[in-house]
Design a protein around this ligand. Structure first.
Ligand SMILES: [Fe+2]
Length: 620
């Protein structure tokens, strides 16, 4: 038996445990520490994984990490800081902690030219891991984009596929493309991080007043309200295609910085925010520095195009660029034979980009790894370590139905009824046992209740898929406004639908039951015109929705909830939005769910077969 632990300690930190190549448990630290997109070492996830699987560090055969350049990028001081419990919080905290750096850097030359401290940072990394029980000889580190590709391919149902990764950056790259079969992942093309479409999308997110690397989904939602071609064609002029099928994305020279001298003069003339200055000045490596400085180039470029007030058209333009570049990158490199495609990396959290990929001729099917962002890297590094293992692992990975194809994403923690009842007692709330839970939940949804639904193992990845969800009827578009106000959220895309697999084809244009991406809310579909009115709360202004198609054999309880609503309403679709308040991570434990209920997140909370009400008064 082999036990491999994958561990990611950047933003979206997390841990994966593989037993004989099969993911046993995958956790994102944010859910446990209750800080969205947690940035640091995943202490709590590591402990939870060890506890849930009843293993100790000395039983782990390999500890797999991602991102080869990490020690070089963050240096010894930051590396050490990551291993101090409770000291490493989110990015904003890091920036605050680094405030003192400004005193040193403000008014000084732009670049901190201290010697490369990579080796020292690497030593600190190994020393701390050893302290946690993982000796040097069992540690492996893998390339960032290779980890994304591994997570997509070896979790997909396809025995061979084209893989494409795309994000802001990782190990000097922003995108890769290649072909995978059995235990092999062969990269054919890679795109430099100076040509990053992901970074451009993040820059637009920042330019329009949102938080980059977090609020990109809002830009996708806004885009449907704008004219894609007005700025999209302009943005697209910056893309040059090479003969080998790769591309360059270069904004006009006047905005580009190429050298240290450029940076020095740029710093003199461009005002910088506190955060930007800290980010730039804590980088020692020129390539990373150029990437960081590219933020300014992109923002200066955007400023020359239009003011941020024209946000709908700017968002639509960025969306147009992302869709066109991803689609062209794939279609230029498609093999003669039809092929499935697997996708991972933050760019593929973009549901409209993924629809565009699905619609390309020559592609038979698309799988988007549900934890497509850096939260999925712990899974990817663990899978790569397994593929490197030995002949037995290779044989397993070559089988048609690979052991890693788990067919779902419910890989997080679960809580039994005893733990639920105990959490209720701790929170001084009285649970009521339901005779027929799915029937009762279906009825409450039909009656217009906002139901908190807590069931089984937590999802791995950013989407709630009926295990940590809020369920509502989809018949009135006004509910989007009401609920966003209630949850204190700002969204430009309507809520997503969960729908019965048996009738999904009646609502989704060109849907086929084997389209696995439709099971994870990772892709939009156009909704059949005549059906839009009936489920208007989940249909965007462009006529699309991002569905979760629910199969009875995969999710019997959740399927029954939707079926019960269907029996009463004649509509086999409900709203499924993530169970969390604004800017909070999705709830993980019964206690998190109860606390959300108490601050008016839901009208009723259903945890397994128990129901609770915010005012403690039982209703049926
Ligand atoms: Fe990434």
């Amino acid at each position: 038996m082999s036990l491999i632990l994958g561990l990611h300690l950047g933003h979206d930190a997390g841990v994966t445990l593989l037993r004989d190549g099969v993911p046993v448990i995958c956790l994102a630290e944010e859910r446990l520490i209750r800080q969205k997109m947690y940035y640091g070492f995943p202490f709590l996830s590591l402990e939870a994984v060890m506890h849930a699987s009843r293993i100790s560090p000395d039983e782990v055969d390999i500890l797999a990490l991602d991102t080869l350049e990490l020690p070089r990028i963050i240096g010894p001081e930051e590396m050490q800081r990551r291993f101090i419990r409770g000291n490493t919080r989110d990015v904003a905290h890091t920036v605050n902690k680094a405030r003192h750096l400004l005193n040193y850097f403000l008014g000084k030359r732009g670049i901190d030219d201290v010697a490369d401290k990579e080796a020292e940072a690497r030593q600190i990394l190994y020393k701390n891991l050893k302290h946690l029980g993982f000796s040097d000889d069992r540690i492996r580190i893998y390339d960032h984009h290779r980890c994304h590709a591994a997570s997509a391919f070896w979790l997909s149902p396809f025995p061979k596929a084209m893989f494409v990764t795309s994000d802001g950056r990782g190990d000097g790259l922003s995108a890769t493309l290649g072909f995978a079969e059995g235990p092999r992942l062969d990269r054919y093309l890679s795109i430099s991080d100076s040509d990053s479409i992901g970074q451009f999308y993040a820059a637009i997110t920042f330019y329009l007043g949102f938080r980059p690397n977090r609020h990109e989904g809002k830009i996708t939602g806004l885009a449907a309200h704008g004219d894609p071609k007005r700025f999209g064609e302009l943005f697209l002029r910056n893309v040059k295609w090479n003969k080998d099928g790769s591309y360059q994305f270069r904004i006009p020279e006047e905005f580009r910085l190429h050298s240290q001298n450029d940076l020095d003069s740029f710093f003199k003339r461009v005002p910088m925010t506190l955060k930007d200055r800290v980010v730039i000045h804590t980088q020692n490596d020129l390539n990373t520095l150029m990437y960081a400085s590219n933020w300014y180039s992109l923002l200066a470029y955007l400023e020359s195009i239009a003011p941020p007030e024209e946000r709908e058209d700017l968002a639509a333009g960025a969306q147009y660029l992302a869709e066109m570049v991803c689609a062209e990158f794939i279609s230029r490199n498609l093999p003669a034979n039809q092929t499935p495609v697997v996708l991972a990396g933050g760019v593929f959290s973009n549901v409209r980009v993924n629809q565009k990929v699905r619609e390309l001729p020559g592609i038979t099917n698309v799988y988007v790894q549900p934890a497509m962002g850096d939260d999925g890297l712990s899974l990817g590094s663990a899978l790569l370590a397994y593929a490197d293992c030995d002949a037995e692992a290779e044989r397993q990975l070559c089988q048609d139905l690979r052991p890693t194809c788990v067919g779902h994403t419910y890989l997080g923690l679960e809580y039994d009824e005893k733990e639920i009842v105990s959490a209720c007692a701790d929170e001084s709330v009285q649970p009521v046992r339901l005779e027929d839970m799915p029937k009762q939940v279906g009825k409450w949804i039909y009656e217009g209740w906002v139901v908190g639904f807590f069931h089984g193992r937590m999802e791995f990845g950013p989407r709630a898929l009926g295990h940590r969800s809020i369920l509502v009827r989809p018949i009135d578009a006004k509910v989007n406004q009401e609920l966003n106000k209630r949850f204190n959220r700002t969204e430009f895309m309507p809520f997503a639908p969960s729908m019965l697999a048996e009738t999904a084809g009646d609502y989704l244009i060109n849907y086929q039951p084997d389209q696995i991406a439709a099971e994870y809310m990772t892709m939009t579909y156009h909704i059949v015109e005549e059906r839009r009115k009936e489920i208007e709360a989940v249909v965007h202004v462009d006529g699309t929705a991002r569905p979760q198609v629910v199969f009875e054999q995969k999710q019997p309880a959740y399927h029954r909830v939707i079926s019960e609503y269907y029996k009463l309403s004649g509509i086999p679709v409900i709203i499924n939005t993530s169970f969390n308040m604004h800017e909070e991570p999705i709830v993980c434990s019964p206690r998190d769910a109860i606390r959300s209920m108490k601050i008016n997140c839901v009208d009723v909370l259903v945890m397994e077969n128990y129901a609770l009400w915010p005012d403690g008064i039982q209703r049926s």
